[in-house]
Design a binder for this molecule. Structure first.
Ligand code: CDP
Ligand code: CDP
Length: 224
């Protein structure tokens, strides 16, 4: 049976990565988190004191970086030039600069090639902002996952608190709204629902319900 490709896009905190991981597990597919790749570039820029506003330096940085995704004990890990940054890329500081980094054409083009290579063999669930529209326009199943801004901020707040960060719900809500705006309004591969994507609103759904909804969509759309 030919393995399919599932693309999941949507705004921050909609549940993409959580749900995508479970969908991949159910189908025995590989999960690919493209947001982690943009976060890795943002982390490298911060580490080297390069401002995202300096596009030439950012282009040079991206050209020389080696980003690798791999699995350890069932968990996806990410390295930058051999250093494991899986935890460091999730800090609020990185969240604040990542949208500026991901709007840079040289950064997007470099990661686009890498993402397409990773999906070549099929059997993948890939999540991000432009997977159904730009990275994998021929994906077998396309999902656009959303949730209300209040619910997304609440979820992200809980998650950060569990990791030990002190967070303010209102501030987090504003930061998420700003990131969504930047991601949706950038010129290259903005966040938007593909014409042939199925919209799923997870505001009142449990993780299991969202996973089931995607598996059902996969069964409907995918004819091996
Ligand atoms: O997990 P969260 O929703 O906070 O974000 P993420 O998926 O880790 O993505 C971080 C950032 O990377 C997004 O806000 C986008 O700026 C960028 N991104 C993108 O431009 N294109 C993608 N395919 C994935 C992420
Ligand atoms: O990847 P994305 O930014 O879209 O969201 P996520 O990181 O998968 O989910 C953000 C948080 O919401 C996680 O802590 C999930 O456990 C939680 N979540 C939830 O409570 N209910 C859902 N239906 C989906 C996610």
């Amino acid at each position: 049976m030919k393995a399919s490709i599932i693309a999941i896009d949507g705004p921050a905190g909609a549940g993409k990565s959580t749900v995508a991981k479970f969908v991949a597990k159910r189908l025995n597919y590989v999960y690919i988190d493209t947001g982690a790749m943009y976060r890795a570039v943002a982390w490298a820029a911060q580490d080297k004191n390069i401002s995202p506003a300096n596009e030439d330096a950012m282009a040079e940085l991206t050209r020389t970086l080696s980003i690798q995704l791999y699995y350890r004990d069932g968990q996806q890990r990410i390295t930058v030039d051999g250093r494991d940054v899986s935890e460091e890329i999730r800090t609020p500081d990185i969240s604040r600069i990542v949208s500026a980094v991901s709007a840079i054409p040289a950064v997007r083009n470099a990661l686009l090639d890498l993402q397409r290579q990773m999906a070549r063999a099929g059997g993948v669930v890939m999540d991000g902002r432009d997977i159904g529209t730009c990275v994998l326009p021929n994906a077998d199943v396309k999902i656009f996952l959303i949730a209300s801004i209040d619910e997304r901020a609440r979820r992200r707040c809980l998650e950060l608190q569990e990791k030990g960060f002190v967070t303010d719900l209102e501030q987090l809500k504003q930061e998420i709204a700003l990131r969504d705006k930047m991601d949706s309004e950038r010129e290259l591969a903005p966040l938007r629902q593909a014409d042939d994507a199925t919209l799923i609103d997870t505001s009142d759904m449990t993780i299991e319900q969202a996973v089931d909804a995607i598996i059902t969509e996969h069964e409907k759309r995918y004819r091996p």
